[in-house]
Write a protein that binds this ligand. Structure first.
Ligand code: X8Z
Ligand code: ZN
Length: 658
């Protein structure tokens, strides 16, 4: 689902976008609203409230497998039929969840509720991530739009004549390779063509998105929220306004480090491409940062490597070599002379075998911490490689199909470091699902959505150069201060660079929902935020015929995005706590929790709490603090910060405000 929306709302599903996740929260105005006691109706009792919660839990138990099956099919077999199934499931789920969110207000004045029931009612009142109007026709329209936009994104492609003059169609992952520009030196024009091609896929859903936002707002307003953004911000056990302030506070902690990194990257790109392409004191063009959305710049590491030649940190080469060895093995074992079809089949088998091997690497880390092995059904039912015969939504996601152990991931795995990291990320969701499956369905979600996104990422922080060497993915690891700077640079290009992007995606959506960015300014508003936060600009002039936000999965997929911003801060807090539990005494960036039972136990204990209590309680139990805080990430990158300051001396950093 990604419907992420469903996140809170729903029941089940994918978290990658999680589906049904609910989050905690509290809405002041709801809490203060009078109980809806129609004249003549007896005031609800504690027992009524218990029954109400039990009914919602039962609905989820009874329906999650069926609904999840519809979403799974729609995303792993993109077709009109799949859209129909997904829309019908969403409609049903939204009808139930929206009605219950409204009904839950009846219990506002009931005294003496058990803590579990009070918590469950708070969660129900939040409403779905995709709040639906109560008018059935509008609800159906909303569900249809959601299914359509997601399918449209998943089926996006770029068709052009190839070298032989034949039409060739590239899907997103193939187009991304041109932009990622790893191990090649594509011409700027080629990169820009790829960027343009992908950004041409989204204008067809611009009108749909406008209507979708309108309908969700109507649903949110029926529930008593000002707009959908307020509903989304309400899921954090504090008021939406307090949450806003928290996000700003966290951003202000990390912004200076991002600006330093931006400064050095711009300088290197300016040297490489010249003033005409990358102005020395202006915005960096978005297509030259080694990522379709310029959200993480790790692919630029070879250009930024502080001390070249010290260590080999190139995990992708090792993964590709493993995959090629799989292929050669099959070729050697083949009897007779293979036809082109046989060769293609062997290529596919090698891809699939390598995808399983990479997933096993990630599983092994969790198992080393004392987590269970993944169930057989995970291996049998997950989608780990892009099928050759149909479109699927390749954007990675993790699924809890039935709230009792049928967990899967859907990811078009390729042999690259980025994909290996994403597998660890997705397994974080999977292990969260498994750890809280014993709870009532309403509590089967993250402490908040940022927790869910941070679990697997925390594990990736242990993939230090020393660890990667141990598992045979890099060699010649050097231990020195210079080697530390190298490795931190590589990490920061992903982990620090992500932060402004992680914040701005929902800044855009919140403004769209509130009307501050009107439909006639969707694209201009988007680039204004990208300039403000990332210091990045479009490669060529954009207009309101474009819909560049729609070229990022989470917009058509309606997955809230601030969760990732929070996760990128929280994962360092989690890692610090786990390393403390493991008795590790060195600098945080050297800590590898692999095989540490105590760290694993503490982590699992946190996961097992799900959303059964406010997230500050859960955070405190693991980390000793009740707030999210960027000091762990800043401490982690302290060596790099010093290096950047020194490198940037005398340079003019920053860019003009929009
Ligand atoms: O969407 C994801 C995950 C699924 S929850 C693959 N991520 C964000 C993105 O790709 O934009 C992980 C990091 C940020
Ligand atoms: Zn995720």
């Amino acid at each position: 689902m990604n419907r992420n929306a469903l996140h809170r709302l729903m029941i089940v599903l994918p978290l990658c976008c999680g589906l049904w996740l609910l989050n905690a929260c509290s809405r002041q105005q709801d809490d203060q609203a009078p109980a809806v006691a129609a004249s003549g109706e007896a005031a609800p009792t504690v027992e009524d409230a218990d029954r109400f919660v039990a009914e919602v839990n039962q609905f989820r138990k009874d329906n999650s497998a069926r609904l999840a099956a519809a979403y799974w099919v729609s995303q792993t077999y993109i077709s009109e039929d799949g859209q129909l199934l997904a829309a019908a499931a969403t409609e049903e789920q939204l009808a139930f969840e929206s009605a219950k969110a409204e009904e839950a207000k009846r219990f506002n004045d009931v005294q003496g509720l058990s803590p579990e029931t009070a918590r469950a009612i708070r969660l129900i009142k939040l409403g779905p991530t995709m709040p639906a109007p109560s008018d059935p026709a509008k609800r159906a329209e909303l569900a249809k739009l959601a299914a359509k936009m997601e399918a449209h994104y998943g089926a996006g492609q770029w068709c052009r004549p190839n070298a032989d003059g034949q039409e060739e169609c590239l899907k997103l992952q193939a187009i991304e390779k041109i932009i990622d520009n790893v191990g090649q030196d594509n011409r700027v024009e080629e990169i820009e063509a790829a960027w343009n091609a992908w950004h041409r896929t989204s204008p067809p859903i611009r009108k749909d998105y406008q209507r979708f936002a309108e309908l969700m707002n109507e649903g949110a307003q029926e529930l008593g929220y000002a707009d959908t953004g307020e509903l989304w911000r309400g899921g954090y056990d504090m008021s939406p306004t307090e949450f806003d302030t928290e996000v700003e506070r966290l951003w202000s902690q990390v912004e200076p480090l991002y600006e330093q990194l931006h400064c050095l990257v711009r300088d290197k790109l300016n040297t490489k491409y010249g003033d005409d392409v990358v102005p020395a004191d202006g915005l960096i063009p978005a297509h030259l940062l080694g990522n379709m959305w310029a959200q993480q710049w790790g692919n630029l590491y070879p250009l930024l490597e502080p001390y070249p030649g010290l260590s080999n940190l190139d995990v992708s080469s090792a993964l590709r070599a493993q995959r090629d060895a799989e292929y050669r093995k099959r070729l050697a074992e083949f009897k007779g002379s293979p036809t082109p079809r046989d060769l293609a089949e062997m290529e596919h088998q090698a891809d699939a075998a390598q995808a399983v091997a990479m997933t096993r690497v990630a599983e092994d880390f969790y198992v080393s911490l004392g987590f269970p092995k993944l169930p057989d059904s995970f291996w049998n039912k997950s989608l780990l490689v892009q099928p050759r015969d149909r479109d699927v939504v390749c954007h990675a996601s993790a699924w809890d199909m039935n709230l009792q152990g049928d967990v899967r991931i859907k990811q078009c795995i390729e042999p690259s470091e980025e994909q290996l990291t994403t597998i660890h990320h997705e397994l974080g969701h999977i292990y969260y699902y498994l750890a809280y499956n014993h709870l009532p369905p309403l509590f089967q979600t993250g402490a908040h959505d940022g927790f869910h996104e941070a679990i697997g990422d925390t594990i990736t922080l242990s993939l230090t150069p020393a660890h990667l060497e141990k598992i045979g993915l890099v060699d010649q690891v050097t231990v020195s201060e210079q080697a530390t700077i190298n490795s931190q640079m590589k990490q920061a290009l992903d982990k620090i660079v992500f932060l402004p992007w992680g914040k701005l995606v929902d800044q855009w959506r919140w403004k769209v929902f509130s009307g501050e960015i009107g439909p006639e300014q969707y694209n201009a508003g988007w680039w204004q935020l990208r300039q403000q936060y990332q210091g990045v600009g479009p490669p060529n002039p954009r207009s309101e015929d474009d819909f560049d936000p729609g070229a990022k999965y989470h917009i058509p997929g309606n997955t809230p995005y601030t969760r990732y911003f929070l996760a990128f801060i929280l994962q360092f807090q989690f890692q610090k706590a786990l390393c403390d539990a493991a008795g590790f005494e060195g600098p945080l960036h050297e800590c590898d929790t692999y095989g540490n039972a105590e760290a694993g136990k503490r982590f699992l204990e946190m996961l097992a709490q799900g959303a059964s209590q406010p997230w500050p309680d859960t955070l405190e139990k693991l980390t000793g603090t009740r707030s999210m805080d960027a000091s762990a990430i800043l401490d982690y990158f302290a060596p790099l910060q010093a290096y950047l300051e020194e490198q940037n001396q005398g340079k003019t950093c920053g860019w003009s405000a929009p």
